[in-house]
Design a protein around this ligand. Structure first.
Ligand code: 6PG
Length: 246
């Protein structure tokens, strides 16, 4: 499948999340039709919460029993912590849809050893996708956000995880946050059938122009998401896209 990159600009944040929800469901229906299941990695942070709430509100009767949910990254905090991506997804989506518990793969953050938690999560991916050594999973859809420094998932500029080539999941030390984050690596992101970035708000405009139109050396983490055999979709609202050349 030839790789494509497309940028969709919606007038408002509400339009952005409606269109993102439609794309999520379109991709889910296509995967379920073709393979009987839809594998998706959810993003964290604040932006996707509105998407998850919309999916719960408008698609509660969707075939969630065919949807397999992973997390593209997680903060190394308990699942009840306000900073937890799992908690955000649990409150905005999981408590409102009939998804079987066994379809939800959260990062085992209870393990205080972040590296061990990452290895455990990698083992869960390898088991679920029945991977041979050296193989990478192919998600039907990976959701991503972009931070003000151009990071995505928990792949931050100048962090060790940027250079990972063989692991699926690593514990990435983020010096400026003084903590580990557990994150998918670029080989996993770039094997996806589809990657959908969502960015909303004027505070993302400068970095979006740099990421989508600029040349950074080394490339910014968000620039390194280039599915080798899949679609790359940037979903933006007008405020976020305000500085793009169009
Ligand atoms: C996380 C995310 C991270 C996020 C960006 C954007 O765990 O924080 O996975 O990559 O997508 O930081 O965050 P906002 O959506 O809050 O701007």
């Amino acid at each position: 499948m030839p790789s494509t990159r497309s940028i969709e600009v919606l007038a408002t944040a509400a339009d952005l999340f409606h269109t993102a929800a439609e794309e999520f469901v379109r991709a889910a229906r296509a995967a379920i039709g073709a393979q009987g299941r839809f594998t998706v990695a959810l993003s964290g942070g604040s932006t996707p919460k509105a998407l998850y709430s919309l999916l719960a509100a408008n698609y509660a009767d969707f075939a969630w029993n065919r949807v397999i949910l992973f997390f593209g990254d997680e903060r190394h905090v308990p699942p009840t912590d306000p900073d937890s991506n799992y908690r955000m997804v649990h409150e905005s989506l999981l408590t409102k849809i009939a998804v079987p518990a066994e379809n939800v793969f959260r990062v085992p953050v209870e393990n205080l050893d972040a590296a061990a938690a990452a290895s455990d999560y990698e083992a869960q991916l390898r088991r679920f996708f029945e991977l041979q050594p050296g193989e990478f999973p192919r998600f039907d859809l990976i959701l991503l956000g972009m931070g003000p420094d151009g990071h995505t998932a928990s792949l931050f500029p100048d962090s060790a995880a940027l250079d990972e080539r063989s692991r699926l999941v690593v514990a990435n030390w983020v010096a400026k946050l003084n903590t580990h984050r557990i994150t998918f690596t670029f080989p996993v992101l770039n094997r996806a059938a589809e990657v959908m970035f969502m960015a909303s708000g004027a505070d993302k405009a400068d970095m979006l122009r740099q990421v989508l139109e600029g040349k950074s050396l080394p490339p910014l983490p968000s620039q390194r998401v280039q599915p080798s055999d899949g679609n790359l979709l940037w979903m933006l609202d007008e405020a976020a896209a305000a500085k793009l050349t169009r």
